[in-house]
Design a protein around this ligand. Structure first.
Ligand SMILES: NC(=O)c1ccc[n+]([C@@H]2O[C@H](COP(=O)([O-])OP(=O)(O)OC[C@H]3O[C@@H](n4cnc5c(N)ncnc54)[C@H](OP(=O)(O)O)[C@@H]3O)[C@@H](O)[C@H]2O)c1
Length: 245
């Protein structure tokens, strides 16, 4: 899929951070963008501001019924999705020892980051298979390669994304469906404020961390993955801030 112009991409979690930056970069490259997220007002404003055709769809990836009905809710001329960027994710209640956290929040992380990602894939993959073309890009994390204490549910979710992505890549090799994983290190987004349910704690977290990546750094990698010629597939791309070793 070298020519991205006029392809249709669906990006989950497009209301902020990496998903929004990806939607913006894809739109600038001439891709028609379907942005999905739960906060519809915010999402609509962001999609309206894109340079090219874009659609805002309210979607909670953890809502099985909503996700299953997603393809049918898309307007007719937006139903042939060529690119799926499975980006929606969170770590609500994370960064603390397992027993001090809330099991419902740990389970919520798995529901969103793993089950949600699988549900959206299940909803859109049959159409891609029918058309014998598509590219699925899953947002993993370096936490899915090397986990850290305090990140039990989040690391488990990203290990799952890692395994799922590699499995899909093998299963659909040669069918016209390519599957790639983008694995960022620390990126300064709204992620930490959502994790701590506190803007102040979120900002302090990134400040204390030091050099972080920007959402645009990851969006550029997503675009690079998508721009490769049809006979190649980038299985994984790991991006770390330069000081992270
Ligand atoms: N920031 C990092 O350091 C980092 C590092 C590695 C990987 N990642 C991964 O990158 C992805 C994006 O994170 P980010 O850093 O851009 O965080 P962010 O700024 O908090 O954005 C997260 C996005 O996901 C959406 N989202 C969350 N739960 C959702 C749900 N249940 N259904 C639909 N959308 C949902 C949010 O939208 P709504 O709230 O409007 O639904 C938002 O648009 C995640 O998968 C994350 O794990 C982030």
């Amino acid at each position: 899929m070298t020519g991205l112009k006029e392809k249709t991409a669906l990006v989950t979690g497009a209301s902020s951070g990496i998903g929004l930056a990806t939607a913006q970069m894809l739109s600038t490259a001439g891709v028609r963008v379907i942005g999905c997220a739960r906060r519809l007002d915010r999402l609509q404003a962001k999609m309206d501001a894109l340079p090219g055709p874009a659609l805002a769809m309210e979607l909670d990836v953890a809502d099985a019924t909503a996700v299953a009905g997603l393809p049918g809710r898309l307007p007719q001329d937006w139903q042939a999705v060529d690119i799926l960027v499975n980006n929606a994710g969170s770590d609500v209640g994370g960064r603390q020892p397992f027993h001090q956290g809330d099991i419902n929040q740990w389970a919520g992380t798995i529901q969103t980051n793993v089950t949600g990602l699988m549900r959206v894939t299940a909803a859109l993959l049959p159409g891609m298979l029918e058309r014998r073309q598509g590219h699925i890009v899953n947002l993993g994390s370096t936490q899915g390669l090397v986990p850290m204490a305090g990140c039990g549910a989040y690391a488990a979710s990203k290990f799952a994304v890692h395994g799922f992505t590699e499995t899909l890549r093998q299963e659909y090799a040669g069918t016209g469906i390519r599957v790639s994983e983008v694995l960022p290190g620390m990126v300064k987004t709204d992620f930490a404020q959502t994790r701590f349910s506190s803007v102040r704690r979120g900002e302090a977290f990134y400040q204390n961390y030091g050099q972080c990546l920007e959402a645009e750094d990851i969006a550029r990698s997503v675009l690079f993955v998508l721009e490769q010629p049809p006979h190649t597939v980038i299985a994984q791309i790991v991006i770390a801030p330069d000081n992270a070793g």
